[in-house]
Design a binder for this molecule. Structure first.
Ligand code: CTP
Length: 475
C-alpha cells in the first residue's frame, strides 16, 4: 500500500493546483525539498511542482485562480514562478537530462515523473506527492527515500558517480545536508565524492560559497568541515584552511593541530551566536598560523604576528571566495586582528589602560570579540580551561566597569582638530595630528579623564611644549 500524505497538503496552493490538474486530467506532483522538509517537520516556504508536460500553463491558471498578478515565465527552461503570500511556488515540466562533461548546464528533454526523479540529487529529495484528485497526496517514492529520511542517510538515486559528475555541486550539497540534518552520507557516495572532488572546478565560486555558508550556519559546523576535508572538497576551494591541518614535531615538541582547533572554536562560537560573520572570524582567526610558524629551540613553536598577517590575508580570501568586501569583511578582519588581545588580558595583569585601548579599538564589536575569544579557549587541560574562563569573566566585568566610567567605546576625542587649529590659529599641519594623538593617548593611559575641560588643559600644556602660541584661548 502506498502512503498518503493528503493531510499535509491543506494549503490553498495545493487545493487549487489539484482542481486544475484534475479538471484537465494532468499529472503533477509536489516534489523535492518541500516534501522532504514536511516529513522532517521542518517548515518550508519553497514549493516545487513538477508537471508531466508544460509547467507554464498550470502555473498561469493556478496564479489566476489564486488572484496572483505577477507570474514569471521562463519559456526557455519551461519553468514558471510566483509568490503566494509568504510562499515561493515554482512549476517545472518533468525532465530527462543529460549533462555535458564541461558544464553544469544540461541538455534537457521532456520526461516522465520517473525520469525526473532519477535526475535528482538524493533519494530524500526525490519524494513526490500526487496532486490529482484520484490519488491526491499519494507518495511516489521509487528509491525508498522515506526510509532514508527515517534512517538519516544521504543516498543518490542513480550510481553516485553519475549523479555527482552530472552536477558536481551536489557533492557539496551532500555535505551540506549531512551537516544541516545530522545525516550520514552512505559510504559508496563518500567514495564517489573523493573520486570526483576535482570536478568542483566547473562550479562557480558563488555557488560553492553559498553551500559553504549553509554548512557554517549549521548547528555543529565542524561536522561539515571534517567531511569537506576528508573528501578533498575543501582542498578545491580553500587551501589556506587545509594548510591548518597537521602537527609537526621537532625535538619531541609538537604544536596543536590548528585545523581541529579552528573547528572547535567554530563550534564554540556556533553555540553562542548565529552571526555568519562571527563564525567566519572563527574560521579565519588562526589562518596565518601556517605561514608564521617557527621553531625556537628555547621556547618551542611560535606563531608571532599571525593575528596581523591573518587580518591582511582576510580581504584576499574574501575576494577569492566571492564573499562581500564591504563592512562584513572589515568586521571579520578586525576580529581576526584583535583576537589575541582579550586573552592576553586574561593571562596577564589587567590594567584599566589596556582595557580602554581594547575598547577603543573594538568599538561596538567588543561583545563579539569576547565571544570569539572565549571560544578560543580550547585545551586538553581542564584545569587550564577553567582558570582561563574564570579570568575571562573577570576581564568581562572589568570591561563593563571601565566602559561605564570612561565611555571609551566609539571613542571620539573631546578636542577636535578644528578646535586645535582655531586655538592656535594654524592651518592643518603635523602639530594638529601630534596634539590629537597625545590627547587620545593621555585618555587611554588614564592620565586625564575623557572630558572636554581636562583635555583642553592638557592640549594647552602640550601645545606650549611644542612651541605653539595661543591665539584664541578656549577657557
Ligand atoms: N536538485 C538537484 N540537484 C541540485 C539542486 C537541486 O537534484 N544541484 C533538486 C533536488 O530534488 C532538490 C530540488 O531540486 O530538492 C530543489 O532544490 P533547492 O531548492 O536548491 O534545494 P532544496 O532541496 O529545496 O533545499 P534548500 O531549500 O535547503 O536549499
Amino acid at each position: 500500500m502506498s502512503k498518503n500524505y493528503a493531510s499535509y497538503l491543506k494549503h490553498p496552493v495545493f487545493k487549487v493546483a489539484s482542481q486544475i490538474v484534475t479538471e484537465k486530467n494532468l499529472q503533477a506532483y509536489v516534489i523535492g525539498g518541500f516534501v522532504r522538509d514536511m516529513l522532517l517537520g521542518r517548515p518550508s516556504k519553497d514549493i516545487d511542482i513538477v508537471v508531466i508536460g508544460s509547467g507554464l500553463d498550470l502555473a498561469k491558471e493556478c496564479a489566476e485562480r489564486l488572484r496572483v498578478k505577477k507570474v514569471s515565465l521562463f519559456q526557455n527552461f519551461g519553468t514558471a514562478h510566483f509568490k503566494y503570500k509568504d510562499l515561493d511556488v515554482e512549476f517545472v515540466g518533468a525532465r530527462k537530462e543529460s549533462y555535458r562533461q564541461d558544464s553544469r548546464k544540461p541538455l534537457v528533454e521532456d520526461g516522465t515523473l520517473a525520469d525526473d526523479q532519477n535526475r535528482r540529487d538524493f533519494t530524500i529529495n526525490a519524494l513526490a506527492l500526487s496532486l490529482h484528485a484520484d490519488n491526491f497526496g499519494e507518495l511516489i517514492d521509487p528509491f525508498h527515500g522515506e526510509e532514508d529520511l527515517e534512517k538519516g542517510i544521504l543516498r543518490t538515486p542513480l550510481d553516485p558517480d553519475t549523479t555527482y559528475s552530472d552536477d558536481p555541486l551536489r557533492m557539496l550539497r551532500a555535505i551540506r545536508f549531512a551537516a544541516q540534518l545530522d545525516f550520514k552520507i552512505e559510504p559508496k557516495s563518500l567514495q564517489s565524492i573523493l573520486k570526483n572532488a576535482n570536478r568542483l572546478e566547473i562550479i562557480s565560486m558563488e555557488r560553492i560559497v553559498e553551500e559553504c555558508n549553509k554548512i557554517i550556519l549549521s548547528n555543529e559546523p565542524s561536522r561539515g568541515f571534517k567531511l569537506l576535508y576528508s573528501t578533498k572538497l575543501l582542498q578545491q576551494f580553500f587551501p589556506e584552511m587545509v594548510a591548518l591541518h597537521g602537527v609537526e614535531i621537532i625535538n619531541g615538541k609538537s604544536h596543536k593541530d590548528n585545523f581541529y582547533h579552528t573547528l572547535e572554536v567554530l563550534d564554540n562560537v556556533a553555540g553562542k551566536s548565529d552571526n555568519l560573520w562571527l563564525r567566519w572570524a572563527a574560521i579565519l582567526h588562526d589562518i596565518a598560523k601556517p605561514p608564521t610558524k617557527k621553531f625556537d629551540p628555547e621556547i618551542g613553536w611560535t606563531f608571532h604576528g599571525h593575528e596581523d598577517l591573518g587580518a591582511r590575508m582576510t580581504p584576499r580570501i574574501f575576494k577569492r571566495l566571492k564573499l562581500p568586501l564591504d563592512q562584513k569583511m572589515k568586521y571579520v578582519q578586525k576580529l581576526v586582528r584583535l583576537h589575541l588581545r582579550p586573552i592576553a588580558l586574561v593571562k596577564g595583569f589587567v590594567t584599566d589602560s589596556a582595557i580602554r585601548r581594547l575598547l577603543s579599538e573594538a568599538g561596538d564589536d567588543i561583545e563579539d570579540l569576547m565571544v570569539l575569544c572565549n571560544a578560543d579557549i580550547t585545551s586538553k587541560n581542564e584545569f587550564k580551561v577553567k582558570k582561563y574562563r574564570q579570568n575571562f569573566d573577570m576581564v568581562l566585568s572589568k570591561l563593563k566597569a571601565v566602559e561605564e566610567k570612561d565611555r571609551i567605546r566609539n571613542f571620539q576625542p573631546p578636542v577636535s582638530g578644528e578646535l586645535i587649529m582655531q586655538v592656535y590659529n594654524i592651518a592643518p599641519c603635523a602639530e594638529v595630528g601630534i596634539l590629537k594623538s597625545r590627547i587620545k593617548e593621555a585618555i587611554l593611559e588614564g592620565e586625564i579623564p575623557n572630558e572636554s575641560a581636562a583635555a583642553i588643559e592638557f592640549m594647552l600644556r602640550i601645545g606650549g611644549e611644542l612651541g605653539l602660541t595661543i591665539a584664541n584661548d578656549p577657557r
